[in-house]
Design a protein around this ligand. Structure first.
Ligand code: SF4
Length: 223
C-alpha cells in the first residue's frame, strides 16, 4: 500500500446513467427472450451519447448491423448520415437504436411477440437517455411508439407530442432505398425536423431584469 486512497470514486449522475445503460446493453447481448437470439450473429443494442436530446428508433438490425453489432451501418445508415448532415447533426450527437435488437432472418418484418419481448429494453433506453425529440423510422417503430396514429404515409413529417417528448414519424431510409421517390419526402421531412429542433431545443430566454425599486428610480431621476 502506498497510502493513496484506492476507494472507488462515487459516479456522477451522468456516469451512473452510463453504467445503467451499459448494464441494459449487456443484458441485451445475452438475451434469449425471443426466437431471434438463435439466428443472430450478435445483438445490436444501439449507440450514441447519454443523455441525448435526439434519439432515433428504427425497425431492426439488418445484415451489416448483425455482423458489426452497430445500428445503421449499411446503405440505409449512409442515407441516414446524409440526412442528419443536411440538418447539421452528426451521428455522435444522437442516440440510434431499433425496436428489435436482433436481426430477423432475411430481414423479414418483426413479429408481434418479438416486439413485445424486446420492448422493455427500448422503454428502459428511453428512460435513461431522456430524449426531447424521437425520430421514429418506419411503420413498425410507429406502431410501437405511437399506436393508433395511422399509416406512415399519412403522418410522416408531423410532430406528435406525448408528455415531455416530441415524436416525428419518418419513412425508414431502407424504404427510400427501395423506392427512390421517398428520398425527396425524407429530405423535406428532415427540413421540418430541423425547424422542430430549432424550436424545441432552443435555450430558454434569459430571465427579465429585476424591477427597479421605487427609491432607486427616484434617485436616478434626481441625477
Ligand atoms: S430481439 Fe430482443 S427480445 Fe429477442 S432475443 Fe433479441 S434482445 Fe432478446
Amino acid at each position: 500500500m502506498d497510502g493513496s486512497d484506492e476507494r472507488p470514486q462515487a459516479a456522477s449522475p451522468e456516469g451512473q446513467t452510463d453504467l445503467e445503460l451499459e448494464a441494459v446493453h449487456a443484458r441485451i447481448r445475452v438475451c434469449t427472450l425471443c426466437g431471434l437470439h438463435a439466428s443472430r450473429t450478435q445483438a445490436v443494442p444501439g449507440s450514441g451519447p447519454v443523455p441525448a436530446d435526439v434519439m432515433i428508433v428504427g425497425e431492426a438490425p439488418g445484415f451489416n448491423e448483425d455482423v458489426q453489432g452497430l445500428p445503421f451501418v449499411g446503405a440505409a445508415g449512409r442515407l441516414l448520415d446524409t440526412l442528419l448532415e443536411q440538418i447539421g447533426l452528426s451521428r455522435q450527437q444522437v442516440f440510434i437504436t431499433n425496436i428489435l435488437k436482433c436481426r430477423p432472418p432475411q430481414n423479414r418484418d418483426p413479429m408481434p411477440n418479438e416486439v413485445e419481448s424486446c420492448s422493455p429494453y427500448l422503454a428502459r433506453q428511453l428512460a435513461l437517455i431522456k430524449p426531447k425529440v424521437v425520430l421514429v423510422l418506419g411503420r413498425h417503430a410507429l406502431e410501437r411508439l405511437l399506436p393508433g396514429q395511422g399509416s406512415i404515409s399519412r403522418i410522416h413529417g408531423s410532430l406528435v407530442r406525448r408528455g415531455e417528448v416530441a415524436y416525428v414519424p419518418l419513412y425508414h431510409p431502407a424504404a427510400a432505398l427501395h423506392n427512390g421517390a421517398l428520398v425527396a419526402d425524407l429530405e423535406s421531412d428532415f427540413d421540418r425536423v430541423k425547424a422542430y429542433l430549432d424550436k424545441l431545443l432552443a435555450p430558454p430566454p434569459p430571465p427579465p431584469p429585476p424591477p427597479v425599486q421605487k427609491q432607486e428610480a427616484e434617485q436616478l431621476r434626481l441625477l
